[in-house]
Design a protein around this ligand. Structure first.
Ligand code: ADP
Ligand code: MG
Length: 314
C-alpha cells in the first residue's frame, strides 16, 4: 500500500473511533490469526455488581458488609468497587437503623462515618486484599488467598462457590480472625455485542481466545456464553504475556484486546495490541490500537480496515 493509502486508512479508523498508532500496526492487523481477549472489562461490561451475600456465622448482614467494604475501600479492583458500592447502598438505603442514627448520611463523603478503621492494608495481585480490623486479620479474595493464608474453606462455602461459578459469577471469600465468615457473589454481564463479534471473527478465520485471572469454572461459564472454546484461566498478569508468546511460537500473528493494568504486558507482547478506550492509561499506552467506542465490533473494523488497505484477503 502507498503512504497515501495508509494515511487514508488511519483517517477512516479515526472517524470510526479506532485510533491506530502507526502504519506498522495497521499492516500487521490483516495477518492476525489469534485474538486473545481479557475477560473482565473487555468481554464483560466491567460493571460488576454484587448478586448474592451469604454469611455463615451469626453476624448481622449489615455488619458483614461493613467489614468487607472497609477491607476493600482502599483497593482499586473492580470487584472491590462493586462490594463497596453494594455495602454503601445497603447501609444508607436498606438498613433502617443506619438511617435513623445518622444526621444526614447521604451528604457524608463516601468513606466517612460508616467504614471501620483499617490497619496494614495490602492488595495481593490475582488474589485479593488483606488488612487488620479491630486487631483481627481480614482476608477478602479467592481460594488461593485463603488457602495460602492458612484459612480452611468449609464444605458449605465451597459448595456455594461452585454454585456461583457455574452461573458465571465470581465468588469472593471473606475471613475474619482466621475463620471463614461469608461469601459474596459478583456478576459482570457480557457486553451486548460480544457473542456476535466472536462469531464474526471465527467466520473471518480468526481464532478467539479468552485469558483471565478469574477462576476456571467462572471463565468456562462466561466463555460458553460468548462462544469461545479456548480458555486460559487463573493467569497472573505476567502470565498473560506468556500466553501471547505461546501463540506466537509458530510464527502466528497474535492480537490482544484488554483494558487493565494487568493486560499491559500482554498488550505490549502482542503483534497487535488493542486497548479498550475506557481502559486504564497504562493499557492504552502499551497498545497499538485504541478502541475509543469501547465496542468490540471495532476489533473486526480494525482487521477489515487492514485487510482492505493491504488488499491481501485470505
Ligand atoms: P482479571 O484478569 O479477571 O482482571 P485479577 O488478576 O485482577 O483478574 O484477579 C484475579 C482474581 O483475584 C479475581 O477474580 C478475584 O477472585 C481475586 N481478586 C483480586 N483482587 C481482588 C479484590 N480486591 N477483592 C476480591 N478479590 C480479588
Ligand atoms: Mg480487564
Amino acid at each position: 500500500a502507498t503512504p497515501t493509502a495508509v494515511m487514508v486508512a488511519t483517517g477512516v479508523g479515526a472517524n470510526n473511533g479506532v485510533l491506530i498508532k502507526g502504519g506498522d500496526a495497521l499492516e500487521r492487523a490483516q495477518m492476525v490469526k489469534y485474538v486473545v481477549f481479557d475477560k473482565t472489562g473487555t468481554l464483560t461490561q466491567g460493571r460488576a455488581t454484587v448478586s448474592s451475600v451469604k454469611v455463615f456465622t451469626g453476624m448481622e448482614r449489615g455488619d458483614f458488609l461493613t467489614l468487607v467494604a472497609s477491607a476493600e475501600a482502599s483497593s482499586e479492583h473492580p470487584l472491590a468497587k462493586a462490594i463497596v458500592d453494594y455495602a454503601q447502598h445497603f447501609h444508607f438505603f436498606v438498613e433502617p437503623s443506619a438511617m435513623k442514627d445518622s444526621k444526614s448520611p447521604r451528604k457524608e463523603s463516601k468513606f466517612s462515618g460508616w467504614l471501620l478503621d483499617v490497619l496494614d492494608f495490602s492488595a495481593i495481585p490475582g488474589r485479593g486484599v488483606q488488612c487488620f480490623i479491630h486487631g483481627k486479620r481480614v482476608l477478602v479474595g479467592n481460594r488461593k488467598l485463603l488457602t495460602e493464608s492458612g484459612v480452611t474453606i468449609s464444605t458449605e462455602a465451597e459448595n456455594f462457590m461452585v454454585e456461583l461459578e457455574e452461573s458465571a459469577k465470581t465468588g469472593i471469600l471473606v475471613a475474619y480472625d482466621e475463620t471463614l465468615i461469608g461469601v459474596l457473589g459478583v456478576a459482570d454481564p457480557l457486553k451486548r455485542e460480544a457473542s456476535v463479534v466472536i462469531e464474526g471473527l471465527t467466520k473471518m478465520g480468526v481464532r478467539p481466545v479468552m485469558v483471565t485471572g478469574d477462576n476456571l469454572r467462572t471463565a468456562l461459564a462466561v466463555a460458553k456464553e460468548v462462544g469461545i472454546e479456548d480458555v486460559r484461566a487463573e493467569v497472573m498478569p505476567a502470565g498473560k504475556a506468556d500466553v501471547i508468546r505461546s501463540f506466537q511460537k509458530d510464527g502466528s500473528i497474535v492480537a490482544m484486546v484488554g483494558d487493565g493494568i494487568n493486560d499491559s504486558p500482554a498488550l505490549a507482547a502482542a503483534d497487535v495490541g488493542m486497548a479498550i478506550g475506557a481502559g486504564t492509561d497504562i493499557a492504552i499506552e502499551a497498545a497499538d490500537y485504541v478502541l475509543m467506542r469501547n465496542n468490540l465490533e471495532d476489533v473486526i473494523t480494525a482487521i477489515d480496515l487492514s485487510r482492505k488497505t493491504f488488499s491481501r484477503i485470505r
